[in-house]
Design a protein around this ligand. Structure first.
Ligand code: TXA
Ligand code: MG
Length: 351
């Protein structure tokens, strides 16, 4: 199959609508990451998403809408959801709501709830309006790869597997939406994203964060969100997180890089903009400013993909405080590193 990449013109959006209505797949930009869309009401179209991504069938998909009237056919809408939608839609908040029968169980992997969101990217909204179907769309990466934040990333993963990619430039947020479970006494963030715990609490009061957000699942622990698998968002090389005081971390990054390079590895560091000059000899990859976690979020997946392009095999990274958008950054970076963490002090002591 030949994969076309088209800028988001009216003709391209009409073609997208035609393909989606005919049961085919279209990759499209959203404000979080690029999605790989199919008609959520068409079981076979949904199954072809799993095939194109090599995605395990037990990992459910998010359904995208452009209009709240579409929900009548998709899910029950509790009053709490109405308040959240008023505050955060369109935008990077996915809500789990009780599923209705029109949504095939392939979308929800047999779960009782369906995940729904209204993206804010104008191209996504135009495409959803043009086809006027609920569109099931996971991130448009091959399973296990970082989510795509540009049309080029999608092409790298999906060339020959899907007919069309709509190019809407680079995704603003850069990390996937916040997934919120509202079907329990205290709503729970299953996956942190651009809509933070504090933003949610300002609207609906107390919200918890799933324990597995900042650590691997423990033996026998059930994943609340099937996507919270142990290793995810991984570059091919091994990523290690380096923690400690700023001066210790810089010294440790230099030492770890030196040792790895001496052992024949293609080694590099991921560091804040403020530290690039100090780590100039360590193949620094700029994560963005340490004072702007939104910038780190925006760049993270692109940076992880670049590590693969450069065939890096030993990668040492700084960390951000897990607060606000920093929580989403550390959830993704932690998974990229399989939560492998090194204390800077230990490195310096043994150097
Ligand atoms: O920003 C986003 O959410 C992007 C764009 C394309 O909208 N989509 C995205 O989809 O990240 P995906 O499939 O990569 O991630 C969906 C996440 C997975 O972790 C999945 O397990 C979880 O949502 N999920 C979906 N339905 C669920 C449900 N009913 N219960 C619990 N978790 C669910
Ligand atoms: Mg994904």
């Amino acid at each position: 199959m030949k994969t076309q990449v088209l800028p988001a013109t009216n003709e391209a959006l009409s073609l997208a609508a035609e393909l989606l209505s005919g049961g085919q797949l279209v990759a499209f930009p959203t404000e979080t990451v690029y999605g790989l869309g199919a008609n959520a009401l068409d079981k076979d179209a949904v199954l072809s998403i799993f095939a194109a991504k090599d995605r395990p069938a037990d990992n459910p998909l998010i359904v995208h809408v452009w209009n709240r009237d579409q929900l009548a056919n998709i899910c029950e809408v509790p009053p709490l959801a109405e308040r959240l939608m008023d505050a955060f839609w369109p935008g990077p908040l996915t809500l789990l709501m009780p599923r209705k029968a029109a949504i095939p169980e392939q979308v929800t992997a047999g779960l009782r709830t369906v995940a729904v969101r209204m993206p804010s990217h104008p191209v996504a909204l135009d495409m959803l309006r043009a086809c006027n179907l609920p569109i099931a769309a996971p991130s448009a990466n091959r399973s296990g790869k970082p989510s795509p934040t540009t049309a080029q990333h999608v092409l790298t993963d999906m060339d020959g597997r899907i007919p069309l990619i709509i190019d809407g430039g680079s995704s603003d947020v850069g990390l996937e939406s916040t997934v919120l479970d509202i079907n329990q006494p205290v709503p729970c963030i299953l996956r942190p994203g651009g809509v933070t715990q504090a933003m949610l609490e300002a609207v609906i009061g107390p919200v918890t964060v799933a324990g597995s957000v900042l650590r691997p699942l423990q033996a026998g622990e059930k994943a609340l969100s099937p996507g919270m698998m142990y290793k995810h968002y991984s570059p091919d090389g091994q990523v290690s997180l380096v923690e400690g005081d700023e001066t210790d971390v810089l010294a440790a990054l230099r030492e770890l890089h030196r040792q790895a390079a001496a052992n024949g590895h293609r080694a590099c560091v991921m560091c804040f903009t403020e530290h690039v000059a100090a780590l100039a000899d360590c193949q620094p990859h700029d994560l963005g400013s340490k004072d702007h976690p939104e910038e780190v979020a925006h760049r993270l997946f692109e940076t992880l993909r670049r590590l693969d392009d450069e065939h890096m095999d030993a990668i040492f990274s700084e960390v951000v405080p897990p607060e606000g958008v920093g929580l989403a950054v550390m959830n993704r970076l932690g998974r990229a590193a399989a939560f492998r963490t090194i204390q800077a002090k230990d490195v310096i002591k043994n150097a």
